[in-house]
Design a protein around this ligand. Structure first.
Ligand code: FMN
Length: 316
C-alpha cells in the first residue's frame, strides 16, 4: 500500500509536508497547485511552492515531493511541466479537481471535467513534453455537476498516457460534503489500466479499510484526515494508536517556526490557528487551545501556551 499526502492550497505547504512526513507513513507528497495561464513561469515560482526542489525534491524526512500544475492550455502546461521536471520534480501532477470559482471561471480545475477532449489534449501534451522516465499523473473529481463523464474522463486521461490517477470520489458540486462515493472509483478501475489512488473522507484507519474494499484500490491519498490526526498514515499502515496530544503540541510548536525565526509577525500564529481547526475533529484539547490562543497575535505567547500543554502531557 502507498499513502500519498494530498495537495492542499493554503494549508499543506512545505512546512506542513515537513511535519507530517517526519511523523511518517507517507510515500509521496504533491504540492499545492502552480497556476499556469499563458506563459512559461519563472523558476522562482516553482521554488516558492516547492522549496524542496533545492533538496532533490524530497522533504527532510526523505519523502519525494511532486509539483502539481493547474491550467487549461495544453501548450503552456507542457512547457511548465518541462520546467518542473528540469528543476528536479519527480514527474508532474495535473489538477483537474479544483472547485474554486476564480479558477473555474478561467477554465482551470474541475470545470475541465465537462470537457473530456481538453483533458485528453492536456495530458497528451504534457506526456510528450516530459521525459518518459518521469511520471505524469492527474487528479480528478467524479465530475462537475454530475458523474456522467467520470469513466469517460478517466479513460481519456489513461489513453493520453498518464501514469497514475488520483480520484477524489465526489463531484465539484458535492464539494467536501460527506459521503465520498468510493464505489465509483471501483467503476472507473474496471475501465482503466493505470494505477488509481483513492481519495476523500478518510479520517480513521477503519475508513481506509472500507475505502480500499469499496474502491478496489490499495493506494490512498490523505488530506484533511492527516491534518486532524498527524499520525493517521501510521495508524493505517502500522496499527499505531492515535498520537497523544502532548506530541501534537510539540508539532504545533515546531510548525510555529518560533524556535527558528523568533516572534516575527503574524503568519505562523495564523497557521497554528488554522491547523487547530482541523485538529478539533480528533482532539477536544484543540478546541480549548483554539479558544485560548484565538486573540493572541504573538508566536511567543502562543508557544508559551503550547509548551505548557506539551510538558503537561509528559508528566501524565
Ligand atoms: C483547503 C484545501 C485546499 C486544497 N487544495 C488542493 C490543491 O491545491 N490541489 C488539489 O489537487 N486538491 C486540493 N484540495 C483537495 C484535496 O487534495 C483532497 O482531494 C480533498 O481534500 C479530499 O480529500 P480528504 O477528504 O482526505 O481531505 C484541497 C482541499 C482543501 C480542503
Amino acid at each position: 500500500m502507498r499513502i500519498l499526502l494530498a495537495p492542499m492550497e493554503g494549508v499543506v505547504d512545505h512546512l506542513m509536508r515537513d511535519m507530517l512526513t517526519r511523523v511518517g507513513g507517507f510515500d509521496l507528497c504533491v504540492t499545492e497547485f502552480v497556476r499556469v495561464v499563458d506563459q512559461k513561469l519563472p523558476k522562482k515560482t516553482f521554488f516558492k511552492i516547492c522549496p524542496e526542489l533545492h533538496h532533490g525534491s524530497c522533504t527532510p524526512a526523505g519523502v519525494p515531493v511532486r509539483v502539481q500544475l493547474l491550467g487549461q492550455e495544453p501548450g503552456w502546461l507542457a512547457e511548465n511541466a518541462q520546467t518542473a521536471v528540469e528543476l528536479g520534480s519527480p514527474g508532474v501532477d495535473l489538477n483537474f479537481g479544483c472547485p474554486a470559482k476564480t479558477v473555474n471561471k478561467s477554465k482551470g480545475g474541475a470545470v475541465l471535467l465537462k470537457e473530456t477532449e481538453t483533458l485528453y489534449s492536456i495530458v497528451k501534451a504534457v506526456r510528450e513534453a516530459v521525459p518518459s522516465s518521469q511520471p505524469v499523473t492527474a487528479k480528478i473529481r467524479l465530475g462537475f455537476e454530475d458523474k456522467s463523464l467520470a469513466i469517460e474522463n478517466a479513460v481519456a486521461i489513461t489513453e493520453a498516457g498518464a501514469d497514475q490517477l488520483v480520484v477524489h470520489a465526489r463531484t465539484k458540486t458535492e464539494g467536501y460534503k460527506p459521503p465520498a462515493y468510493w464505489d465509483w472509483i471501483d467503476k472507473i478501475r474496471q475501465h482503466t489500466s493505470i494505477p488509481l489512488v483513492a481519495n476523500g473522507e478518510i479520517w480513521h484507519a477503519q475508513d481506509a479499510k472500507q475505502c480500499q474494499a469499496q474502491s478496489g484500490c490499495m493506494d490512498i491519498m490523505l488530506g484533511r484526515g492527516a491534518l486532524a490526526m498527524p499520525n493517521l498514515a501510521r495508524t493505517i499502515k502500522h496499527q499505531e494508536p492515535i498520537m497523544p496530544w502532548h506530541e501534537v503540541a510539540d508539532l504545533l510548536i515546531r510548525y510555529s517556526g518560533y524556535e527558528i525565526y523568533g516572534d516575527k509577525g503574524r503568519y505562523y500564529p495564523n497557521r497554528i490557528k488554522q491547523w487547530c481547526g482541523y485538529l478539533k475533529r480528533q482532539y477536544a484539547q484543540a478546541d480549548v487551545l483554539f479558544n485560548d490562543i484565538r486573540r493572541m497575535q504573538k508566536a511567543e505567547d502562543i508557544v508559551a501556551v503550547l509548551q505548557r500543554q506539551s510538558s503537561q502531557g509528559t508528566e501524565d
